[in-house]
Design a protein. Structure first.
Length: 369
């Protein structure tokens, strides 16, 4: 099927692509910025914040305050890009698809905040804001006698899939007291919903990209299980039927295998080269996985030349912008932690000069208790 032509949308995409950071600009930021306040000033000078205004700092801000303000500005910038995309995209499916990672992140924070009865409001992403969620209603709905009461959920979470995931996660935590299991249940929900939405796009390149992104999220989970020397087969089966019922068969099969069969399956998959770089004997190269994941998605994005065909140019631009924002978050975090510019550069720039080490949506989490 021929791709639909969107000349107006993709002309705007082509113009907006000029806002992406160049390798030279990133190198300059790493060389010249020794604190969060300096990083903020450099970004302001580059005109990086095109979709939201950088907040004004306090009259005499502490360094930590400058870092927090920059994090907030980056969050608002990403929300601004999503809002911009919703106004130029010809289909609402793409907007809903792109906000799902932020929504899943906010769901995990929301569940953790209610379980621990703590305020994690500063960790929410503004790209997918959630309405108030009653702790009393949540506790009541999580009880076996109450069942799934849709009236006690926020209006934008009343789909059957979200209800099932929320109540399943709450009930599961009451038994196992494991936030890792809660996160896995929400990841199941994210995978199902993003695949459902991707299936409604006629753009084959967009569907391929989204499914590759999701595959890599699952491989990151598998790598974490291996690193923790846990039994992924048993951990997966103990989740029960509900969370995994709608997952792609290949993902279910992979996690139901023992480790030796998982390794054999990965060696025959499209991710064989990436996995060879990660699993070196009994040692797992976590940094190599992050490098490989970024480069693989970058290769998929490079197929686009900002042509007027299909939705993929917009998707590729937004993913590249998200990578820029995530990289800046990591630079900001490193500076706030006291890393020197040289040490930070060595961590983020490998010898071949290509950027690595960017965090993913899944890595923006509340620390486990």
């Amino acid at each position: 099927m021929a791709e639909t032509v969107y000349p107006q949308m993709n002309t705007l995409v082509s113009i907006a692509s000029a806002s992406l950071l160049t390798p030279q600009q990133i190198s300059q930021l790493l060389e010249q910025c020794s604190c969060a306040a300096e990083l903020r000033r450099e970004l302001d000078g580059l005109g990086f914040f095109t979709r939201s205004d950088l907040p004004d700092a306090a009259a005499d801000p502490e360094e930590q305050s400058a870092g927090q303000l920059l994090d907030q500005a980056l969050d608002r910038e990403w929300a601004g890009w999503l809002d911009w995309s919703s106004r130029i995209a010809p289909t609402p499916f793409l907007q809903e698809l792109l906000t799902w990672p932020d929504r899943a992140h906010n769901l995990r924070i929301l569940l953790k905040a209610h379980i621990l009865r703590q305020d994690f409001s500063e960790l929410y992403s503004p790209a997918a804001p959630l309405p108030d969620f009653s702790l009393t209603g949540t506790a009541a709905a999580a009880s076996p006698a109450a069942g799934a009461r849709s009236g006690e959920l926020p209006a934008d979470l009343t789909t059957a899939a979200c209800q099932t995931a929320i109540f399943t996660a709450l009930a599961d935590y009451r038994v196992h007291a494991s936030f890792s299991r809660v996160n896995l249940i929400i990841l199941c929900l994210q995978d199902q919903e993003m695949n459902r939405l991707a299936g409604q796009l006629v753009d084959q390149r967009s569907r391929t990209f989204i499914r590759a992104w999701l595959d890599l999220e699952w491989l990151a989970v598998l790598l974490q299980m291996w690193q923790e020397k846990g039994d992924s087969h048993r951990s997966w089966l103990k989740l029960g039927r509900e969370p995994v019922a709608g997952l792609r068969p290949e993902i279910r099969r992979l996690f139901q295998m023992d480790r030796s069969k998982q390794e054999q399956s990965l060696a025959r998959s499209a991710y064989a080269e990436l996995w060879q770089q990660v699993a070196v004997g009994d040692h797992l190269e976590l940094a190599a996985f992050e490098v490989g994941r970024r480069q693989l998605l970058q290769q998929l994005r490079q197929a686009v030349r900002w042509e007027p065909f299909g939705l993929f140019p917009l998707l590729a631009l937004l993913d590249a912008k998200q990578q820029d924002i995530n990289l800046l978050r990591q630079i900001n975090a490193g500076l706030r932690a006291g890393l020197s510019p040289r040490r930070l550069r060595n961590r983020l720039l490998p010898e071949n000069g290509r950027l690595d080490g960017v965090e993913t949506w899944l890595s923006k989490e509340v620390a486990h208790e």
